[in-house]
Design a protein around this ligand. Structure first.
Ligand code: GLU
Length: 466
């Protein structure tokens, strides 16, 4: 048996972290078992589904690297098949037409509520042999006796008596299938072996199992993942900060950091905190998923992001940095004046996100508008134009623009002028970066290059002399 899992989002909003974690767990389970992972777009709610959300799902999955093994499928392309199955259920006596009106059902509901009973359909049309009209829905004939036990791989056994479930609508008056029907048909046809999804679907599972049984279809295993909460204990939502996967990209997180953070939300493997993708695949098991809700901690994610910035191969970070430079108007694909691998190495210690890294790297590409006032006041004192002129002459004479040689120029200039190193390095730093914060001065000079260094020294000299 090939393990087959699916991620089945409804495209009614952005791909949020809860969905991404569901996708990740389904993907990991399939990868671990050399199985198949399917992306199924559940777009039957025509009013709420948008093309923009479909694209956000594709973009999010791609950015996270969660690849699927077949072309993504769309439920709206599968209506004939749903119709066929509904016909089969009618034919075999597992479904029936119901013409109870909205008003009738509302009155029933009110009566049940008043009697403190659970509102449910009373089965009025169940054996009434109604025929089809433009007023009839189709209901599934839920067995009256017995119970369904879900052997949930995360939550343990969950038993629900059939008498608790009413006869759910599987097709609306105009014939369109409902959620529980489409999921069942697709899970059956796609031979899904493990349904891994949020525990907000737990109430649907016994209903889906009953339909699968009526169709004589094999039952998949189920794993319902607990909710993700915000720091205040409420379900994670926009008011807690970023929740959409692409917003994490925009805010400067690495996909690997987000994946590592998500895998630890409700799953653990001993005390291990850091997992490469291969390690996740190797160790992941649904049995180790915690049944209780977990809390999203932005600080921990930020810590992980810094960890990945510090410890990844710089060349792996470069494409992400290029993207973020692009977001602030710097085209590093065209402007190749800066060695990006060296730039990452120089900046990553002090930057926790790629947004910080891009912003802190702006002056390597673009002339800054003004000097940071405080830094300039401190560094540009009387005589520092002379220091900068000395440096400029020495730099202009340099044949090789390399870290060691640049360091020597700064050191020799300080000795020649009988000044402490700081009295030379600080005006130099402000002259070339516009502020007093940068990586070490020799690395900064090396990255900036000779031409820009000389031009910025001249600008600072003129500024001081003005
Ligand atoms: N389309 C459903 C959702 O987005 C998921 C259905 C399922 O996984 O069975 O919540």
């Amino acid at each position: 048996m090939t393990v087959t899992t699916r991620f089945a989002p409804s495209p009614t909003g952005y791909l949020h972290v809860g969905g991404a974690r569901t996708a990740l767990f389904s993907w990991l389970y399939a990868r671990k078992h050399n199985g198949t992972f399917i992306l199924r777009i559940e777009d039957t709610d025509l009013e709420r589904s948008t093309q923009e959300s479909v694209q956000a799902i594709f973009d999010g999955m791609e950015w996270l690297g969660l690849n699927y093994d077949t072309e993504p499928t769309f439920q709206t392309h599968n209506f004939p098949r749903y119709k066929e199955i509904i016909g089969k259920l009618l034919q075999t006596g597992h479904a029936y037409y119901c013409d109870c009106s909205k008003e009738e059902l509302e009155t029933l509901r009110e009566q049940q509520m008043a009697a403190k009973e659970k509102p449910r359909y009373n089965g009025k049309c169940r054996d009434a042999h109604k025929s089809q009209s433009d007023k009839t829905v189709i209901r599934f004939k839920t067995p009256i006796e017995g119970a369904i036990t879900i052997a949930d791989l995360v939550k343990g056994d969950i038993t629900v008596a059939n008498k608790e479930l009413d006869d759910l609508v599987i097709a609306r008056t105009e014939g369109s299938p409902t959620y529980n029907l489409t999921v069942v048909v697709d899970d059956m046809d796609m031979k899904i072996t493990h349904v891994i999804r949020g525990d907000d679907h737990i109430n649907n599972t016994p209903r889906q199992i009953n339909i699968l049984k009526a169709l004589n279809a094999p039952l998949p295993e189920y794993a319902h993942l607990p909710m993700i909460l915000g720091s205040d204990g409420a379900r994670l939502s926009k008011r807690h900060g970023a929740v959409s996967v692409m917003q994490f990209r925009d805010e400067g997180y690495l996909p690997q950091a987000l994946l590592n953070y998500l895998v630890r939300l409700g799953w653990s493997h001993g005390d291990q905190e850091i997992f490469s993708i291969d390690e996740m695949i190797e160790h992941f098991d649904l049995n180790d998923v915690n049944g209780a809700a977990s809390t999203f901690n932005m600080e921990k994610l930020l810590w992980l992001n810094h960890h990945y910035l510090m410890h990844s191969e710089p060349s792996e970070i470069v494409p992400h940095l290029i993207w973020h430079l692009g977001a602030i108007g710097i085209d590093a694909n065209t402007d190749k004046s800066v060695d990006l691998v060296e730039l990452v190495k120089a900046q990553r210690e002090r930057c926790k996100t790629l947004v910080e890294m891009a912003n802190a790297s702006r002056y390597f590409y673009q002339e800054f508008e003004t000097y940071d006032e405080k830094s300039a006041k401190k560094a540009f004192s009387e005589g520092s134009d002379n220091v900068l002129s000395e440096l400029k002459t020495a730099f202009a004479d340099l044949q090789t623009w390399e870290k060691e040689a640049l360091h020597d120029v700064v050191k020799n200039t300080a000795e020649k002028l009988e000044l402490g190193l700081g009295k030379v390095a600080q005006p130099l730093r402000v002259a070339i970066c516009g502020s007093g914060v940068s990586p070490s001065i020799d690395i900064t000079l090396a990255l900036l290059g000779k031409e820009k260094t000389l031009a910025r020294l001249q600008r600072a000299i003129s500024h001081i002399q003005a």
